[in-house]
Design a protein around this ligand. Structure first.
Ligand SMILES: NC(=O)c1ccc[n+]([C@@H]2O[C@H](COP(=O)([O-])OP(=O)(O)OC[C@H]3O[C@@H](n4cnc5c(N)ncnc54)[C@H](OP(=O)(O)O)[C@@H]3O)[C@@H](O)[C@H]2O)c1
Length: 250
């Protein structure tokens, strides 16, 4: 690993999709601050990839007041500035509208959407011109299925916001883009959905390839692009929850 690559804040680094991206970016020589609340997982990542001044971990909840600024400040301090953000923080909820309380909508909007806003607000003043910002969406934002309204709406908000942001920051040469991915083939997803066929699902390695592209000079022409990384997965058959029980109208 070199020591001259750009510096990225990687939020949600503890999730199942992140490690392949961390591996790719670390191998490329990028400097990474990996953040999350899960200290045990951060310690695992530190054992696997940690190197002082190169790949470091930091426990922080970027969705809590002050957390986003703390994370961005830490990254900028450790690396002498920031070249980008990979914002993997996310959450999921399934359930028909009639059984989904406002607290679920609030949580998903906070984690999937507002966290991107506050982290980006913290990163932008510390970001070099030509910086690269990457967010994570779902095709369900534009093609929602039954029982996924809170998740779809929160990711739709995120993707509309990314496109607006991109117009604002492109004049500094800052690239804000999103990977739009179907359900990833991870051990957690397999455990949660034993009935699903993962043979054609997108892998974290394929997602990492797209993130690697979006955080490289090869993506110099992309501002506000929503890049689909869908694999050959049939979303409707694997995730559709069927008609809600108890009188919902689907
Ligand atoms: N996995 C998929 O199939 C899939 C499909 C489409 C899009 N995506 C999106 O891709 C990104 C990465 O996927 P992933 O499955 O690795 O993500 P994830 O596990 O859903 O979330 C990533 C991290 O977000 C943090 N987080 C979750 N809930 C939180 C909360 N209430 N408050 C603060 N932090 C919270 C957790 O870190 P800590 O607990 O350590 O804080 C978690 O490790 C996410 O944005 C996800 O929505 C994933």
């Amino acid at each position: 690993m070199g020591t001259t690559g750009p510096a990225f804040l990687v939020t949600g680094a503890t999730g199942p999709v992140a490690e392949a991206t961390i591996r790719l970016m670390a191998k490329r020589g990028d400097r990474l601050l990996l953040t999350g609340r899960d200290r045990a997982r951060l310690a695992e990542l530190d054992r696997a990839y940690g190197a002082e001044g190169q790949v470091e971990t930091y426990a922080v909840d970027v969705t809590a007041p002050g957390g986003a600024d703390e994370a961005a400040a830490r990254a900028a301090e450790r690396f002498g500035g920031l070249g980008g953000l990979v914002h993997l923080v996310g959450s999921f909820h399934a359930g028909p509208v009639v059984f989904t309380g406002a607290e679920h909508y609030e949580r998903l909007l906070r984690v999937n959407f507002l966290s991107a806003v506050t982290v980006t607000q913290a990163v932008l003043p510390r970001l070099s011109d030509g910086g690269r910002l990457v967010y994570f969406g779902t095709p369900l934002a534009q093609e929602p299925l039954a029982a996924l309204s809170a998740y779809a709406a929160s990711k739709a908000a995120l993707l509309a916001w990314v496109r607006s942001l991109a117009h604002e920051v492109k004049h500094r040469g800052v690239h804000a883009n999103a990977v739009v991915m179907t359900m990833a083939d991870t051990p957690q997803a397999r455990a949660d959905r034993p009935q699903a066929d993962f043979s054609e699902a997108v892998t974290p390695e394929l997602v990492a390839g797209a993130v690697g592209f979006l955080t490289s000079d090869a993506a110099d022409g992309l501002y506000g692009s929503l890049v689909p990384v869908l694999g050959r997965f049939g979303f409707s058959t694997a995730l559709a929850a069927g008609p809600p029980r108890g009188g919902g109208n689907g």
